[in-house]
Design a protein around this ligand. Structure first.
Ligand SMILES: CC(C)(COP(=O)(O)OP(=O)(O)OC[C@H]1O[C@@H](n2cnc3c(N)ncnc32)[C@H](O)[C@@H]1OP(=O)(O)O)[C@@H](O)C(=O)NCCC(=O)NCCS
Length: 175
């Protein structure tokens, strides 16, 4: 769905050079790169745009960044973000996908899959044996994506995020 951009000739000014550039199916040049502390306001903007009242409050995002910045990746066009994925590993060496989102205007082009692949690649490279996530049981798009990556449902947790906020828990074995 996305193709590498030949050479560097088409690189818009201001793009960081650390990660390779690719171009989406609708022609937007993007980098998939780790996020830095200076990216938190833009990440918060995107998170709020997509998840509305369910977005991470800034302070929580900040503390998640402090803990898990090595597993936080963004899709950056040099002016703003079009998606992100955040993962973390707990004290039992269990990986968790803590956030995944793509700008509604960029969905269906393989970007969510690409972010998940990068996150899982890094967790696997660090010897994390299994990764869990939770998803709203009616979110068929996300569930289809996770299932296609090998995640399987391991439980339906009532009230996981509070009253009337059930979650499907899914797990993927990496080793
Ligand atoms: C879930 C989300 C990240 C998927 O991102 P995306 O970039 O659109 O997904 P991709 O284009 O990479 O598609 C990956 C897979 O998702 C599924 N998918 C994507 N769009 C779909 C749709 N409209 N209906 C059903 N499944 C769909 C398919 O399994 C697809 O695989 P395929 O391309 O081989 O058919 C995106 O829809 C999103 O940000 N949703 C809102 C936030 C959210 O729900 N996050 C997950 C919280 S747990």
């Amino acid at each position: 769905m996305t193709t590498p951009l030949p050479g560097t000739g088409g690189r818009p000014a201001g793009l960081p050079v650390a990660a390779p550039l690719f171009v989406t199916a609708d022609g937007l040049p993007l980098r998939l790169r780790p996020a830095g502390e200076e990216d938190l306001p833009e990440l918060h903007r995107l998170d709020r745009e997509i998840f509305k009242e369910h977005a991470y409050p800034y302070f929580a995002l900040r503390q998640l960044y402090d803990l898990f910045h090595a597993d936080l990746f963004v899709l950056d066009d040099g002016r703003g973000f079009h998606g992100y994925v955040m993962a973390g590993v707990n004290a039992d060496r269990e990986g968790w996908i803590l956030g995944l989102a793509i700008d509604p205007r960029r969905r269906g082009q393989g970007l969510g899959r690409r972010l998940m692949a990068e996150s899982l690649r890094r967790l696997r490279a660090h010897g994390v044996p299994a990764v869990c996530l939770t998803v709203e049981p009616g979110n068929a798009t996300a569930i289809d994506l996770y299932a296609s990556l090998g995640f399987r449902p391991v439980g339906h947790r009532k009230g996981y995020f509070g009253p009337d906020a059930d979650r499907l828990v899914m797990e993927l074995t990496l080793v």
